[in-house]
Design a protein around this ligand. Structure first.
Ligand code: FMN
Length: 330
C-alpha cells in the first residue's frame, strides 16, 4: 500500500489534503463533518465554543456536543473563543483530553455579541491579549495551538501582518485567515492579496479562506496566494463534492440524492428522531437549491419527521418523469 504524503504539518500533526471545511456554527457538526470528510475535507474543525461554557462544574450538553467527535476524525480541531487568556488556557486544558489534536482560537467572529466584548475579531484590536494567549497555550498544552483571524477590525485597521507575527512569535502552529475585516462581515470580496502577503510574512502554514466556491476557485486561491490549504465555508453548504473538486453543476440528481441519504442517515444516527430530520432541513434545502421543478416535492420532504416517509418521498422524486434522467440545472 502507498504511504499517504502530508501536504503540510501543523507542528507535528500531518494534514493530508489542501481543502478544508470551515468551522461553521450550526453546520460543521459531527454528521456534516463526516460527509465532508468522506469527500476529502482534510481537517475537522468544530463549531466555536465560548470558554465560559467550558469552565463551570458541568458543561452544558449543548456545548459538550459541539466538541463531540467520531473516533476516526483526524486531525480534530476544537475551536474556542474568549477575551481572557487565563480562561482560554483553563478551557483549553479542560478540553484537550476530550480528543483534540489541535486547539484553535477564534479571532474572526464579527457578531457584536462576541467581538463587542473583545473576543472573536475583537482580539485583533488587542495584540497584547493575542501574545499572552498564544504564549500561555503553546507553553501549557501538549497539542498545537492555532488561530483563525480576519484582516483586522476595519479598513483602516488591517493589522493581520502584525497579528500573524505575534501569533508565530508566541508559538502558534498555523494561521487560517478569512480575507475580510470585521466590519465587512460577509460582504464585499475576500482579499486574496492579503492572504498572499500573510503567507509570505510567516513561516508557519497559512490556510486561505473567503469566497472559494468552485474547484477552480480552490486551485486559483492556492496558486495566487501560495497558501497551504483552502478553507471553504458557505460554498460547502449543500455541496460536500467541493472537497473532491467535483463540479456542482455536473452532478446528477442520483448523485445528489446519494449524499442526501448519507447525510440524513448520519443526522438521524447522531441527533435521533425527530431532531435529526428537523435539523437536516436547512441542509436539504441547500442540496436541492439548484434543482428546478421541485415545487411539489420539497414541502413534504421538509415537513416529515418519519424516515420511512422521507425515503418514500425521495424515491418518488427520483422516479418522477421530470427527473428520471436529469442532471443538476445550470
Ligand atoms: C453560518 C456560519 C457560521 C460560522 N461559524 C463560524 C465559527 O463557528 N467559527 C469560525 O471561525 N468561523 C465561522 N464562520 C466563518 C467561516 O468559517 C468562514 O470564515 C467564512 O464563512 C468565510 O468563508 P466562505 O467565503 O468560504 O464562506 C461561520 C460562517 C457562517 C456562514
Amino acid at each position: 500500500m502507498r504511504e499517504k504524503t502530508a501536504v503540510f504539518h501543523v507542528r507535528d500533526v500531518p494534514v493530508y489534503g489542501d481543502v478544508i471545511l470551515s468551522p461553521m456554527a450550526g453546520y460543521s457538526d459531527v454528521p456534516y463533518r463526516a460527509i465532508c470528510r468522506a469527500y476529502g475535507s482534510a481537517m475537522q474543525y468544530t463549531e466555536f465554543v465560548p470558554v465560559e461554557a467550558l469552565l463551570g462544574r458541568r458543561v452544558h450538553e449543548r456545548f459538550r456536543r459541539r466538541l463531540d467527535k467520531k473516533p476516526d476524525e483526524y486531525p480534530m480541531v476544537f475551536q474556542i473563543f474568549g477575551n481572557d487568556a487565563e480562561k482560554l488556557l483553563e478551557a483549553a486544558l479542560r478540553i484537550e483530553p476530550w480528543g483534540a489534536d489541535i486547539i484553535d482560537i477564534n479571532m474572526g467572529c464579527s457578531t457584536r455579541k462576541v467581538s463587542g466584548r473583545g473576543a472573536g475579531a475583537g482580539m485583533l484590536l488587542q495584540p497584547d491579549l493575542v501574545a499572552q494567549t498564544f504564549g500561555l497555550l503553546s507553553r501549557h498544552l501538549s497539542v498545537p495551538v492555532t488561530g483563525k483571524i480576519r484582516l483586522g477590525w476595519d479598513a483602516t485597521r488591517q493589522n493581520y501582518l502584525e497579528i500573524g507575527r505575534i501569533m508565530e512569535e508566541n508559538g502558534a502552529a498555523l494561521i487560517a485567515m478569512h480575507g475580510r475585516t470585521k466590519t465587512q462581515k460577509y460582504g464585499g470580496q475576500a482579499d486574496w492579496d492579503a492572504i498572499a502577503r500573510l503567507k509570505q510574512s510567516v513561516s508557519i502554514p497559512v490556510i486561505g479562506n473567503g469566497d472559494a466556491r468552485t474547484p477552480q476557485d480552490i486551485d486559483r486561491m492556492l496558486a495566487y496566494t501560495g497558501c497551504d490549504a483552502v478553507m471553504i465555508g458557505r460554498g460547502a453548504i449543500g455541496n460536500p463534492w467541493i472537497f473532491a473538486r467535483q463540479q456542482r453543476k455536473a452532478l446528477t440528481l442520483a448523485e445528489i440524492l446519494t449524499a442526501v441519504r448519507h447525510h440524513a442517515a448520519e443526522m438521524i444516527a447522531y441527533y435521533d428522531l425527530p431532531a435529526g430530520l428537523i435539523q437536516f432541513r436547512k441542509h436539504l434545502k441547500a442540496y436541492l437549491a439548484d434543482v428546478p421543478g421541485l415545487d411539489d416535492f420539497l414541502p413534504p420532504l421538509l415537513a416529515t419527521t418519519d424516515p420511512d416517509e422521507f425515503e418514500r418521498l425521495l424515491r418518488q422524486l427520483e422516479t418522477a418523469p421530470t427527473f428520471a434522467k436529469s442532471a443538476c440545472a445550470d
